[in-house]
Design a protein around this ligand. Structure first.
Ligand code: PLP
Length: 464
């Protein structure tokens, strides 16, 4: 039994006293220091009980553990990472990033009172939607618009306010899971509608929709972008215009969830918003942080009477957008008014538009910076494939160039983990036993930071 060892564990107060006496720890807030000390001692106890330790470490070694735990304790949980994966709309890494000017608008609005719901002309209560509605209608050609928390919220609200209690007619080929267990049918059901599935997984005809329509029972026709799922081979779905020609005369709203929502951005397989509305969709909904390149939001554009119903529904209050997102959304939409500026100043668009030649040059300069920082690593510029991500155009990889990293002794997995766990985490992609860093999604001002992270790999040993 390790009783003697357990007894030799210092008391909390003793170790805390030593920590407070250490010059670099003295200034740490006591509450964090105490937690760090307790965690260090708990670990020690566990290691002894598990037979992993033969001796109680000396005071210096214990203080080293306290320092590590203190750093964890005080570090923010949500923090910036370097996205070197080449996936532009990486959902786990926060999808779109905001450009400098847009981020500055957010900071400005965050630190000040604002006219969020106040009409400065009349001195009366205003609508928070006023800041984005006319921009959205100008950009898409829709008659009215509404912004809510995200696209899932937009769908939920549409179902509840426009189709509530009735049947939603939707193709079996479009009832997809969008990722992270977000299944479309389950969200729709929460809107109080009944799903009326039509067609087969691979083919649905206009006739299938027509046969499912019943007066009094049908609430709407819904067309959903299949996100990162694709049907190939013997397939078929009616177009938006064909569905509109069926739904229109019967007075049934045609709802289109286009997912990413390309605005003046030509991407294969991604419907243009203005075209979908022009083809006769009554309401179109899409995400704010995918191809639009803005903050998290769900945007709805289309018929004014239907949008009015969305605004009046009690759920609209529960799903409303907060002022920081609104500030970012307004600034992003303003950039979209000028497509050239949008392509330059909206990072998502600039990353998607970056040409292979330019990326090769950026990969070369990244390689040079990394080689200077870490001369023993094997670094090469190689052809690579990036992705739009976010369910957009999944079958079209983006031609890219990346820096491939290899270490004389360590595996690519070990390099990947070390960069991921660094002070500023760097996330790369393993391909053929090398770690790829794709400059498409790395801001050039992050190159020095990346060089520092890669320099630290030089001193790694095989352990862990
Ligand atoms: C991404 C996506 C959603 C969900 O959008 P969020 O903004 O993440 O809620 C819904 N529908 C489609 C087709 C999508 O691609």
């Amino acid at each position: 039994m390790p009783t003697a060892l357990l007894r030799a564990i210092p008391k909390v107060d003793l170790l805390l006293g030593r920590a407070e006496a250490a010059p670099d720890l003295a200034a740490a807030p006591r509450v964090h220091l105490l937690t760090a000390v307790r965690r260090a001692l708990d670990e020690l106890r566990r290691d002894i009980l598990a037979g992993r330790l033969k001796d109680v470490p000396g005071p210096d070694d214990l203080l080293a553990v306290v320092r590590l735990r203190l750093a964890e304790e005080t570090a923010p949980s949500l923090r910036p990472v370097v996205n070197a994966t080449g996936v532009v709309l990486h959902t786990n890494l926060g999808r779109s990033i905001l450009g400098e000017a847009v981020a500055a608008r957010v900071a400005e609005v965050a630190a000040s009172y604002s006219n969020l719901e106040y009409d400065l002309r009349t001195g009366e209560r205003g609508s928070r939607q006023a800041h984005v509605e006319s921009l959205l209608t100008r950009l898409t050609g829709g008659a009215a618009a509404l912004a809510v928390n995200n696209n899932a919220a937009a769908l939920l609200l549409i179902m509840a306010a426009v189709c509530g209690g009735r049947e939603v007619i939707v193709s079996r080929g479009e009832l997809v899971e969008i990722g992270d267990s977000f299944r479309l049918p389950e969200i729709l059901a929460q809107g109080g509608v009944t799903l009326r599935e039509v067609g087969a997984t691979n083919r649905t005809t206009l006739e299938d929709y027509a046969k499912a329509i019943w007066p009094e029972r049908s609430g709407c026709l819904l067309k959903v972008h299949p996100s990162n799922f694709r049907l190939i081979g013997y397939t078929g779905q009616p177009t938006v215009a064909e569905l509109a020609s069926l739904a229109g005369p019967l007075g049934l709203p045609l709802i289109c969830d286009v997912g990413s929502g390309a605005l003046g951005l030509k991407m294969p397989g991604e419907p243009d918003l203005a075209e979908v509305l022009g083809a006769g969709a009554d309401l179109v909904c899409f995400s704010g942080d995918k191809l639009l390149g803005g903050p998290q939001a769900g945007l709805v554009v289309g018929r004014a009477d239907l949008v009015a119903r969305l605004k009046a529904h009690p759920l609209a209050r529960a799903l409303r957008l907060d002022k920081l997102c609104l500030a970012a959304l307004e600034a992003t939409l303003r950039l979209h008014l000028d497509p050239d500026r949008a392509g330059r100043d909206i990072p998502t668009l600039a990353m998607l538009k970056a040409e292979a030649g330019e990326l090769r040059a950026r990969a070369e300069s990244l390689r040079t910076a990394l080689a200077a920082a870490a001369p023993t690593l094997d670094l090469a510029v190689v052809e690579a494939e990036g992705q739009a991500g976010g369910g957009a155009a999944p079958e079209y990889p983006l031609k890219s160039w990346a820096v491939a990293l290899a270490h004389p002794r360590l595996s690519a997995e070990r390099l990947e983990a070390a960069l991921r766990r660094g002070e500023t985490p760097v996330l790369g992609r393993i391909h053929r036993e090398r770690l790829l860093l794709d400059p498409r999604t790395i801001r050039p001002d992050q190159f020095p930071l990346l060089a520092g992270a890669v320099a630290a790999l030089e001193s790694l040993t095989g352990g862990e």
